[in-house]
Design a protein around this ligand. Structure first.
Ligand code: UD1
Ligand code: MG
Length: 503
């Protein structure tokens, strides 16, 4: 069998009420059509492997992109733009359906691409809809398998408690499929049918191409692909139907269905992780996108969102209340209530609570960052302690350095960003301000509140900018005292201790 897949995503989607084309809407962090492309490619690879084994390895060098055809039309450039940023997307070819004249017309748009020499023309065509992102590769393999066994038309159908909007599958008294009737043409009785069309079909290529040409448009001007099922039945061509739960066959025509698809896929991702040995304390409040991998015995606490291409090691504690995007996290890290974007953590790193690691943050083993710390485009060395209210931007911090509370790398002069180099075993006093570009040598120290404008040599001690008392308060401030408070000395009310008055 030489199979090709055609994915239909050319339609306008008025019910989404969106300026974003429907195939580009995200489900579990990826454009919905990207899920369909991935699953179709997996199913094709599997059939290709089994048939090339049977034919002793023929065709292995063939380019598979031509076997995966995406039919686009409405806003095609925008859809392709969105797909460009999806990692590991299989190669595919684009066919254009210029005017949206229905699902059968969309399949016809793919024909010229599939019949092209020097490739062997496919003998089997799998059709999927780009707004049905939940179908699994095993299920597609079952549809392909059913087609290989019986020929004719193989369908995938779903079971919907509320079938509104779907095409209904009609069967005769012996349970054989007799056709598909779209909701707008269905009788009241047919509308009560719960078995629905998923939009996954497998056809003999030769039969498909000839019969598509015979279809007649409906009153709305559309050519329905579903009519081919009725035609097959009339011609006595075998029609088989595989059933799958709605969690695989659900289509997305509006935002309510988008959220339902998201929930199904999210649950599936969480279940896969849990079966692989990740503890998800509260699946209902945990959001993990499709590209995330997590090692065994890691615990994901509630209200945590893991996005993009994030990799998390073993035995970590993530959350509660953490958001991690496109980051690499080593084993045994703890991330409490923090936000990480494009950050890299070695093993045994501790972040948070309430910290923000921005792109280019690299934390070496046993580094501790937070409470309330921000790191951007900086390397924080092994065993660095950076515990309270601090900012490292465009900096390198050497091993075992202590960053005092409130320390800030002043990296921006209003025009350009500058680098700060902090050596190993440095001790920065609370509220040190390091005016970049500046270098603090190994083992150097700064006093509390130091404003460091020049390089500090290794082992150097830099102090500066002590606060001076410039005048004494002459009258009690009016608005600062609560009405029933016993007023202390004016200096106390300003937060100055008596013994510091003249210090
Ligand atoms: C379609 C099916 C319905 C099925 C449901 C499953 C038909 C006639 N109806 O209805 O039986 O239960 O999907 O979700 O097939 N498209 C094009 N070009 C077009 C029209 C549509 O590429 O001219 C694409 C759309 O972009 C979409 C897919 O085909 O990805 C299905 O079209 P949609 O309008 O969503 O059809 P449904 O009403 O959902
Ligand atoms: Mg649809």
């Amino acid at each position: 069998m030489v199979a090709a897949a055609v994915i239909l995503a050319a339609g306008k989607s008025t019910r989404m009420r969106s300026r974003v084309p429907k195939p580009a809407h995200l489900v579990a962090g990826r454009p919905m059509v990207a899920h369909v492309l991935a699953v179709a490619a997996t199913a094709l690879r599997a059939t290709h492997r089994s048939s090339s084994r049977a034919e002793r390895g023929t065709g292995d060098a063939e380019d598979h992109s031509s076997r995966l055809v995406l039919v686009l039309g409405h806003e095609s450039a925008r859809v392709l733009d969105t797909l460009r940023s999806v990692p590991n997307l299989p190669a595919f070819t684009v066919a254009e359906q210029r005017a949206q004249r229905g699902t059968a017309d969309a399949v016809m748009a793919a024909l010229p691409l599939l019949a092209q020499p020097p490739q062997t023309a496919p003998d089997t065509i799998l059709v999927l809809y780009g707004d049905t992102p939940l179908v699994r590769p095993e299920t597609l393999a079952a549809v392909l398998g059913a087609h290989e066994a019986s020929g004719g038309v193989a369908l995938l159908t779903g079971e919907a408690a509320d079938p509104t909007g779907y095409g209904r599958i009609t069967r005769d008294t012996e349970g054989r499929v007799t056709g598909i009737v779209e909701e707008r043409h269905a009788t009241a009785e047919q509308r009560r049918i719960n078995e629905v069309n998923s939009g996954v079909y497998c056809f003999d290529a030769a039969w498909l191409w000839t019969r598509l040409e015979t279809l007649q448009p409906h009153d709305n001007g559309e050519l329905y692909l579903t009519d081919l099922v009725d035609l097959a039945v009339q011609e006595g061509v075998p029609v088989t139907a595989q059933r799958a739960p709605l969690s695989e066959t659900a289509g997305v025509n509006d935002r309510i269905q988008l959220a339902e698809a998201e929930a199904h896929l999210r649950r599936r991702i969480l279940e896969r992780l849990m079966l692989d040995g990740v503890t998800v304390v509260d699946p209902a409040s945990t959001f993990i996108e499709a590209g995330v991998t997590i090692g065994m015995d890691t615990v994901i606490h509630p209200f945590t969102t893991l996005r993009g291409q994030t990799t998390i090691g073993e035995r970590c504690e993530i959350g509660p209340h953490s958001v991690v995007r496109d980051s690499v996290i080593g084993d045994e890290c703890v991330i409490l209530g923090s936000w990480l974007e494009e950050a890299t953590l070695a093993t045994n790193v501790r972040v948070g609570p309430m910290s923000h690691l921005r792109p280019g943050a690299r934390l070496e083993t046993h580094a501790h960052v937070g409470n309330y710390a921000e790191v951007k485009n900086s390397t924080v060395g092994a065993h660095v302690q950076m515990h309270h209210f601090s900012y490292a931007g465009d900096a390198t911090i050497g091993e075992r350095t202590n960053i005092g509370a409130g320390t800030i790398t002043c990296n921006f002069d209003g025009v350009r960003k500058h680098h700060t180099e902090i050596g190993e075993r440095v001790f920065l006093g609370s509220d040190s301000l390091l005016i970049a570009p500046v270098t603090i040598g190994d083992g150097a120290r700064t006093g509390a509140g130091a404003v460091v404008r020049r390089d500090v040599p290794p082992g150097g001690v830099a102090v500066g900018m002590p606060a001076r008392v410039i005048r004494h308060v002459t009258s009690e401030p009016e608005s600062h005292s609560p009405p029933d408070a016993t007023p202390g000395s004016p200096a106390e009310n300003l937060g100055v201790k008596e013994n510091e008055r003249n210090g």
